[in-house]
Design a binder for this molecule. Sequence first.
Ligand SMILES: Cc1ncc(COP(=O)(O)O)c(C=O)c1O
Length: 446
Amino acid sequence: MDKYKYTEIAAQIRAAIESGDYPVGSKLPAHRALAKKLQTTAVTVSKAYQLLAQQRVVESFVGRGSYVLGERLDKVIHAQHSVDELNFSILQPHLTQSVRLLSQQLVTSFSHFDDTRLFGYSENSGLLEHRSAGAKWCQYYGLEVADAQQILLTNGAQNALASLIQLYSNEGDCIAVEALTYPGILAICKHLRRTVVAVAMDEQGMLAEDLQAQCSKQKPAMVIVLPSQQNPTGATMGEMRRQAIAKVIKKQDIWLLEDDIYAFLNDQKLGPISNLIPSKSFYISSLSKSISPGLRCGYIKAPQEQLAKLADFIRATLWLPSPFVFEVATNLITAGQAFEMAANQREFAGRRQRLVTRHLPQARIERQRASYSCWLHLPEGVTTQKFTCAAAEKNIIVSDASYFNSASAVNAVRLSVMSVAQESLFIEGLKSINQLINSPTASYLN
Ligand SMILES: Cc1ncc(COP(=O)(O)O)c(C=O)c1O
């Protein structure tokens, strides 16, 4: 088959989507009809649609056709609309306790403010003491950092991911990701027109053998790995798996983006993959999950040789993240409070997971002892769409598997154990979910 032809057709359809000829949610023409119009074969059109699906521009359903996708992130993470909504969709810290400590620290940090450096443009990549605190934060959870200058500051992990993808890959490049992964990564790839390559997983996350196979076949520019408490499955790589992944990356000579923002939830300290291949990897951390997503404090540890290039890019695109918030974060880290707050969140998540065990006793669930979420496999015959709608009717908001999916469809949903603040409401929600998955005669199955 002529590769140019199907890629050209995919580009034409993409342009038509962007110009509004095919609006979000609309159905694309059937393969045969479009093939006839373009004087090509249905197989070529099918390949073009597959390519668009890989780029997360369209979604294809067997027997139903291909539909134009819109912005997915607001569908997977629903903002809280009312206090009584049982919102199981947001992975964030339990804010009641962290907000109190955080506001105290804000007052303290700003009460003896005479540091004019915080009010002006600081050095390109932020103040060195803020970068040192970032180094301390990452080191505490196992990262080796020889020099604090290797830490660059970003507006959260999302900004770190987007910057690195933009800088270290080109339009049209393939990026290898876990078959189920954080939708924010898929959204960046879609916007920047990178093609997502799904790598198979098991209970420890990405499989090194499949990464090797995909590298040989698809030649990705980079691989993005979530080694700890993976979003959405909770999969956590043991030492051996980390070594095996590092070996493949070294051999294939590709970049690693190691997004380890959930490392603080691990039961034991696990050395990041980046420790094994420091010149090939970018390690990403953030305070969003342990302290507050509102801080927007992210850290990248970059290879020494890449520092100037990445610092230049950050300088050009965001100049520098707010020194005020990094001052607060730095004070929390240096006083040790940040680590206590993270440990408290871990304990809270563990308690919530025990409630899940108690109230969803028969469910098939993937998670770790203290993950922020559960990956709930739905019973035979229950589709994700039907379950999500049935749950919504009971005022329960869950995140649909398709948003995490870089490969084939799975019937599952992600449940956040953190976002329903009140325990009694959380239990009420779990009981309703239990009813939904244990009532095979329920009308939603039909
Ligand atoms: C794996 C992963 N990476 C990055 C992010 C974004 O984090 P931040 O709020 O620091 O941008 C999230 C948020 O859910 C996430 O789950």
